[in-house]
Design a protein around this ligand. Structure first.
Ligand SMILES: *[C@@H]1O[C@H](CO)[C@@H](O)[C@H](O)[C@H]1NC(C)=O
Ligand SMILES: *[C@@H]1O[C@H](CO)[C@@H](O)[C@H](O)[C@H]1NC(C)=O
Length: 211
């Protein structure tokens, strides 16, 4: 009986893992209320505390935008929020050498006046996407915060959803959802700075790509 239960449980876990990316990320948009949160691929909905979010339309194909978003080594050229990213030494070229599980260190500016901050991140989706219920294809990339405490300190994930609008332009939704953790209340104190930097980052991305 127990064996049967376990087998059923494992079968269900398998099924959930297999359909993980079937969720229609193109149906999301930035929450209108600060109390609403958005789902992420790694952590789902449970325990979400807050989401910072920005969206923008960029006059370029989705794949072009995706390649810029995961070209971490070039962030210093355009991004006023994430001013530089360090990647493992065997990753000589991004996005070419990107892989799921790749550790990165982000240097971020604008959260605490007069200081740069750093955060360890792990790439979680690099070549994912689907077709939304509205029939529009989209791409999804994401990375998650690595607190090096197994998520006990803070869990957070940053997805970028790029929807092909069918006219050569794309709609880009960039957000980060923060989940229950010991350090999350401290991060929540920076929410308005994070929001301002997410908005700046979206405009930077558009300016860099459209030239
Ligand atoms: C770099 O190392 C990681 C981890 O060992 C490996 O998964 C990845 O394929 C390597 N990438 C290249 C381009 O050698
Ligand atoms: C933050 O990093 C940027 C880019 O590396 C650098 O130009 C700037 O001087 C740094 N700011 C501080 C306060 O260290």
């Amino acid at each position: 009986m127990l064996c049967q239960l376990l087998a059923t449980a494992f079968a269900m876990i398998g099924a959930v893992a297999a359909v993980k990316h079937q969720y229609d990320y193109s149906s999301l948009s930035c929450p209108s209320s600060g109390l609403s949160t958005l789902i992420t691929p790694t952590y789902g909905k449970d325990g979400a505390v807050f989401t910072v979010c920005s969206s923008i339309t960029i006059n370029a194909p989705a794949t072009t935008i995706r390649d810029v978003v995961i070209d971490f080594k070039s962030y210093y050229l355009w991004n006023s929020f994430v001013v530089s990213v360090s990647v493992p030494s065997n990753v000589t070229k991004t996005p070419r050498d990107d892989y799921v599980g790749m550790p990165m260190t982000f240097t971020t500016s604008g959260l605490i006046k007069g200081f740069n901050t750093t955060s360890d991140e792990v790439l979680t989706n690099v070549d994912t996407g689907g077709v939304g219920v509205n029939g529009k294809p989209y791409l999804l990339v994401s990375w998650r915060y690595n607190d090096k405490l197994g998520g006990f300190g803070a869990r957070a994930e940053h997805p970028v959803v790029i929807v092909d609008l069918g006219d050569g332009s794309s709609w880009v939704l960039s957000y980060e959802t923060y989940y229950v953790g010991l350090v999350t209340p401290l991060i929540a104190l920076l929410k308005s700075q994070l929001q301002a930097q997410f908005d700046a980052q979206s405009i930077d991305l558009k300016t860099y790509i459209e030239g």
